[in-house]
Each structure stands twice: as structure tokens, then as C-alpha cells.
Design a protein around this ligand. Structure first.
Ligand SMILES: N[C@H](CCC[C@H](N)C(=O)O)C(=O)O
Length: 258
């Protein structure tokens, strides 16, 4: 461990089982360090989470979301984390109804109801379609592979072998998704996450990538229902993927003091 310590409250949120330590850092007092964040996210030595998020002030938006993976490194965009941050901002009284905030990949709009947070994702510009997989960036990089019998698929080992393949390491790393079409409106998605280096219960940007991929492959209409280990999401989109929404629950689990 290192010497940096934070004195203050923390909050624990989860969105379809993707869980985050949330800090209200509007006073800028949180000591950002990779080792400290990794420690707080550790499931034995710390609070335990897939990532840590700082909610900060921003002059032009309701708030700024700063996301770190469980390994303590600042990550790219996190869809479930975004939905949880919106719920956190609502709980703090920063907005009610709808909000616009800024994250590492740009501006996001979101609406909150008691059941769900609908988060507008960034525009999805480029999609690679290959024989064995699709690849796209939905705020974070996502490799998408279609599989059968997904519930029994070896996501950890198959995901890890793609994650650490030279090609992907050279490209800066990727998250690895496995997807199966269940019926004409539903897919099942499991994700090995970069930065967590394990399967998570749900990955919002990964779910978004899989829904877009499934729409292109099977012509499934919007919204697509997505089942993950941690619960159900929906992805709504227009034809050019400029307006893409990730919709699902996000709730506070507990809070405490550091
Ligand atoms: N769980 C996140 C994705 C985090 C992305 C991160 N693992 C990376 O790309 O480094 C989500 O809900 O979108």
C-alpha cells in the first residue's frame, strides 16, 4: 500500500452487477493514485468493486465523471458506471429528471426514473467486421464473438487469450465479449473486461457493442433486450448509431466512511 489516504465518505453502486466505488469529489480532495484506487477496489483488502468513479464539478456541465478500472488505471468510457454516476448525481440532488454531463469520451445526456437510467452513449463511428469477430469502440474498445451455449462458455480463458494476444496488446488492449442470440429481440452477453482482468457480471459499453453487432448481423430491430449475468439491459439506437441509449437499473448498495 502507499501513504495516500482519503478521509471522507464513499458510496457503493451497482448497475446490473457491474459495481463501483463512488466518491463525491466536488471538493477535489481525493488523492488520485493507481495503487490506492487498486487497493480500494480489491475484493479482499479493500471495499471491492470493478472500478472507482469520481464525480467532479465541471464549469459547463452538471458534473464530470472520471472512471478508473479496478487495476487503478484511468479507463475509457464505462456504460454501467455512467448509469451509476447519473444515479449518484440524482441521489446527491445535482439534478432531477434529466442531466447532461461530461466523461472521458465527451458529452452524455441521461434521464432517470425510479426504475432505470437511460444513458446516451457516444456516437459509434467505426465498426470492423471480420470472419471470426466484430470490433468497435463504443466509448471503450470491444471485440465481439458469437458463441453457442453461452451459459457454459469458458469466458475467462477464451477472453483472456484474446485480451493478451499480440494483435490486441499492440492496439492498446480490448474488452472481449461473447454473445448468443436467444430470440428475435433478445441477446445474451458475457464480457471479459480489460482493467478488471476477469469476467464481470455486465459491461455496458460491451452490451452496446454486441447489440449494434447483432442488429447488423441479424437485422434485429431497436430496442434490443440484453441479458447479462447481473440483470437485464436494453439498447435503443437509430440506423446510423448516432443516438444510442443504454437503459437499465442502477442503484446504491451501501455507503461508508474511509
Ligand atoms: N464496465 C464498463 C466498461 C469498462 C471498460 C474498461 N474495462 C476498459 O475498456 O478498460 C462498462 O460498463 O462499459
Amino acid at each position: 500500500m502507499n501513504n495516500q489516504k482519503y478521509s471522507g465518505n464513499f458510496y457503493k453502486y451497482q448497475g446490473t452487477g457491474n459495481d463501483f466505488v463512488m466518491i463525491d469529489n466536488r471538493d477535489g480532495q481525493f488523492p488520485v493514485s493507481q495503487a490506492y484506487i487498486e487497493h480500494l477496489c480489491h475484493r479482499r483488502f479493500g471495499i471491492g468493486a470493478d472500478g472507482l468513479i469520481l464525480l467532479q464539478n465541471d464549469p459547463d456541465y452538471d458534473f464530470r465523471m472520471v472512471y478508473f478500472n479496478a487495476d487503478g488505471r484511468e479507463g475509457s468510457m464505462c456504460g454501467n458506471g455512467g448509469r451509476c454516476t447519473v444515479r449518484f448525481a440524482e441521489d446527491l440532488g445535482i439534478f432531477s429528471g434529466s442531466t447532461t454531463f461530461i466523461a472521458v469520451d465527451g458529452e452524455h445526456e441521461a434521464t432517470a426514473s425510479s426504475e432505470v437510467i437511460a444513458l446516451k452513449m457516444g456516437e459509434v463511428h467505426s465498426r470492423e467486421h471480420h470472419e471470426a469477430y466484430d470490433f468497435m469502440n463504443t466509448g471503450s474498445p470491444h471485440y465481439v464473438r458469437y458463441v453457442e451455449d453461452i451459459k457454459n462458455y469458458d469466458v475467462f480463458n477464451e477472453g483472456k487469450s484474446v485480451r493478451y494476444a499480440d494483435e490486441w496488446v499492440k492496439r492498446g488492449g480490448t474488452n472481449v465479449n461473447f454473445v448468443e442470440k436467444l430470440d428475435d429481440e433478445t441477446i445474451y452477453v458475457r464480457t471479459y473486461e480489460r482493467g478488471v482482468e476477469d469476467e464481470t457480471y455486465s459491461c455496458g459499453t460491451g452490451v452496446t457493442a454486441c447489440a449494434i453487432s447483432a442488429h447488423l448481423k441479424y437485422k434485429m430491430p431497436s430496442p434490443i433486450k440484453v441479458i447479462t449475468k447481473g440483470g437485464n439491459l436494453q439498447v435503443a439506437f437509430d440506423e446510423d448509431f448516432k443516438s444510442v441509449h443504454l437503459i437499465g437499473p442502477a442503484v446504491r448498495v451501501f455507503n461508508g466512511e474511509l
